[in-house]
Design a protein around this ligand. Structure first.
Ligand SMILES: C[S@@+](CC[C@H](N)C(=O)[O-])C[C@H]1O[C@@H](n2cnc3c(N)ncnc32)[C@H](O)[C@@H]1O
Length: 281
């Protein structure tokens, strides 16, 4: 079976490059998160599940928020540690653990964040129970997602990759059948997630955040999928994986055209849940 921690261990040193957001837009995202969660530097206690390389955690830690980050990948956490100059500040706790195994007292956190993590978790109901239990009354959980907005060439090449990779992978074939063949970071992924959470009695609202533009070169796209190549192709041999990847690269070469870089538009989408009850510090 495909192992998520070794996958993230494998991509850790390139992860931030493939998620690069222009600095000004990134600041807007952080400001937006602070705003919609009403973070309070003196009283908020944040738990970040799947904190990764600390890409979104670092600015909040540097501002002085009390922060706990959990991640299943040792190498992702090592990248975070490098950014911290090898020194974990007093207001930060880092745990190398599966988020389903973490143990804290009930109502330990005023805020729980997950940024690009929820869809990796199969046992969503266990996670939801955990989030509800760990949040203080009146506390807030947010799941953040970066949505690719109508980028038809990227969509098309993404679809081509999934079509090639899906052969013999039932889960992926089902996903393709359900989604008319285009699995990409589009809005419907967030709406589907919202409805999954609501089936688990977790009432969320969707809040649309800042938009930004990112440059993507052909080699960025290729290396993005090269890093993720093994996610859906665990059922294939290495030789088969290599063959379909080469096949896909030929398609990309043909379709990309002569422009060295394309511009992609993205937007932050947030699923927000507020636990019932009076907020007490
Ligand atoms: C796409 S990355 C997002 C990292 C970070 N939140 C960000 O936005 O840059 C997903 C992260 O979730 C972590 N992760 C996935 N499943 C996990 C689990 N069951 N327990 C803890 N961490 C997990 C991965 O190791 C990885 O660092």
């Amino acid at each position: 079976m495909y192992n998520l921690s070794s996958y993230f261990d494998h991509v850790a040193n390139k992860y931030d490059e493939t998620r690069h957001i222009p600095e000004r837009s990134f600041q807007k995202i952080i400001d937006f998160i602070i705003d919609i969660t009403a973070l309070d530097i003196h009283h908020s206690k944040i738990l970040d599940i799947g904190v990764g390389t600390g890409r979104t955690a670092l600015p909040l830690v540097e501002m002085g928020y009390e922060y706990t980050g959990v991640d299943i990948s040792k190498n992702m956490l090592s990248q975070f540690l490098i950014k911290l100059g090898g020194h974990i500040p007093k207001n930060l706790t880092l745990l190398h653990q599966d988020l389903l195994d973490i143990h804290f007292l009930d109502k330990s956190f005023s805020h729980i964040f997950s940024y690009h993590v929820l869809y990796f978790i199969e046992e969503k109901s266990l996670l939801i129970e955990k989030i509800k239990r760990l949040l203080k009354d009146g506390g807030t959980y947010i799941h953040c997602d970066e949505i690719l907005l109508n980028n038809f060439y990227i969509d098309d090449l993404t679809k081509q990759w999934y079509m090639l990779a899906s052969q013999g992978n039932r889960k992926l074939e089902e996903m393709l059948a359900e989604s008319d063949g285009t699995i990409s970071d589009k809005e419907d992924v967030v709406y589907k997630l919202k409805s999954t959470l609501e089936q688990l009695h977790f009432k969320t609202e969707i809040i649309k955040g800042p938009k930004w533009i990112q440059k993507m070169s052909k080699s960025d796209l290729i290396s993005y999928f090269e890093n993720r190549r093994d996610i859906y192709t665990g059922h294939l041999t290495e030789a088969e994986r290599e063959r379909i990847f080469m096949e896909w690269k030929t398609i990309v070469d043909k379709k990309w055209g002569s422009t060295p870089e394309k511009f992609i538009r993205k937007q932050l989408y947030v699923l927000k849940f507020v636990k019932e009850g009076e907020h007490t510090c």
